[in-house]
Design a protein around this ligand. Structure first.
Ligand code: NAD
Ligand code: WQD
Length: 339
């Protein structure tokens, strides 16, 4: 069993991974500056896990604070979620992204080396595949970036690969997430973006709740079965289980210093598929209108999930209906809590 420091552990994905790690018997410590999350997530995590969950409020760019958190809690592994993730904002404010995501990761790694901890799982993204040259996207697909956010993920991947090449004592898992959606079955934790959501599922959920009036569908003239964009949506609880599997795997002696795994389902759904499923599963209406394409969007993006299946023994189990039902359950419990 490991003692895992989760940077960004109060965030959407980090909190679900915290729940899965605790369920698998690992000890967890969250480290978060709360720039895009709230401390009361930890109370709900404690309700889910039935354990006390320590939260260190700090910034990954603060090497001393990270070092103190690792040593005082005796962490022997780090899962690194902390960062900024809004593509549009990264175009407008690139420095903020290079500072948080690149400088922040560099500082985190220095603190890990200070503490002699060399086991790391990194939240990367399918965005590093750029414009797909073939589908499904396997881990050997060439990488490129189409915006500053994507470039920060690519830079960190390259940095990690150099570090692993120089020191084979490292055990690094680079996990490339496709489109995480849904919420914990308890309804207690989920995705609750500040302001107008950038992503499809939170937008759909807010339209269903009457908090937004209409969903813009960005383009219906793509080369896809119904003309709307196709993505590989993965239930966040499946994604979380994938982290537990990756952590187990890199702990094995014979493992490489660095490995890359896609975390996706291998199945693509269109925007209209998502609207229809959400309406059917939850008995709600999602008013929507067709709008022009969004800059930077691709027609289709979905994973080959074969390497994760073969090497991690992990595959997504939860389907589209569960993704839609859990999103709506969280929306309604969050409304009751008035958050
Ligand atoms: P999130 O914003 O909910 O979580 C990120 C957390 O990190 C937040 O709690 C925030 O307060 C914290 N944080 C940000 N900067 C920090 C800093 N400098 N120091 C300490 N804490 C800091 O986002 P998420 O959706 O949970 O994403 C987690 C990770 O997964 C990110 O690295 C993101 O780029 C990556 N990712 C997300 C998606 C997605 O669609 N959600 C897809 C691919 C990759
Ligand atoms: C999905 C589909 C849109 C909103 C982004 C990042 C990527 C990764 C995951 C972090 C597309 C359509 C959306 C709306 C719409 N994040 N859409 N109306 O763009 O696949 O990926 O999140 O690493 O890097 O780019 O996800 O949820 O924004 O869009 O029609 O209001 O929904 O055009 O086809 P995307 P998304």
């Amino acid at each position: 069993m490991m003692k895992v420091l989760l940077t960004g552990g109060a965030g959407y994905i980090g909190s679900h991974v915290a729940a899965s790690l605790a369920a698998a018997g690992h000890d967890i410590v969250c480290f978060d500056n709360l720039s895009n999350s709230r401390a009361d997530v930890i109370d709900r995590l404690e309700a889910i896990t039935g354990k006390s969950v320590p939260l260190v409020v700090g910034d990954i760019r603060d090497r001393v604070a990270v070092r103190d958190a690792i040593t005082s809690h005796g962490a022997n592994a780090v899962i690194h979620f902390a960062g900024l993730k809004a593509v549009g904002e990264s175009v407008a404010e690139p420095l903020k992204y290079y500072d948080n995501n690149v400088r922040g990761t560099l500082s985190l790694i220095e603190a890990m080396v200070d503490c002699d901890v060399r086991t790391l799982v990194f939240s990367s993204s399918a965005t590093v595949y750029g414009e797909p040259q073939y589908l499904p996207l396997d881990e050997a697909h060439p990488t490129s970036a189409t915006n500053p956010y994507g470039r920060t993920k690519l830079m960190v991947e390259e940095m990690l690969s150099d570090i692993a090449a120089a020191d084979p004592a490292w055990r690094i898992a680079v996990l490339r997430y496709f489109n995480p959606v849904g919420a914990h079955a308890s309804g207690l934790i989920g995705e609750n973006p500040a302001g107008t959501p950038n992503n499809l599922m939170p937008y759909i959920s807010r339209v269903a709740a009457g908090r937004l009036s209409e969903l813009p569908v960005f383009g219906n003239d793509y080369d896809t079965p119904d003309g709307t964009g196709v993505r590989d949506y993965i239930h966040v609880e499946d994604l979380a289980d994938g982290h537990v599997a990756a952590l187990d795997r890199i702990g094995a002696e014979e493992e490489e210093a660095l490995s890359v795994w896609n975390l996706g389902t291998g199945q693509g759904y269109s925007v209209l598929d998502m609207i229809t499923a959400f309406e059917r599963v939850n008995g709600v209406r999602i008013p929507h209108r067709i709008e022009p394409r969004r800059a930077g969007d691709v027609a289709s993006c979905y994973a080959s999930a074969a390497r994760a299946r073969d090497e991690l023994g992990w595959a997504a189990r939860r389907g589209l209906d569960d993704m839609c039902a859990s999103t709506w359950r969280f929306e309604r419990t969050a409304a009751m809590r008035n958050t």
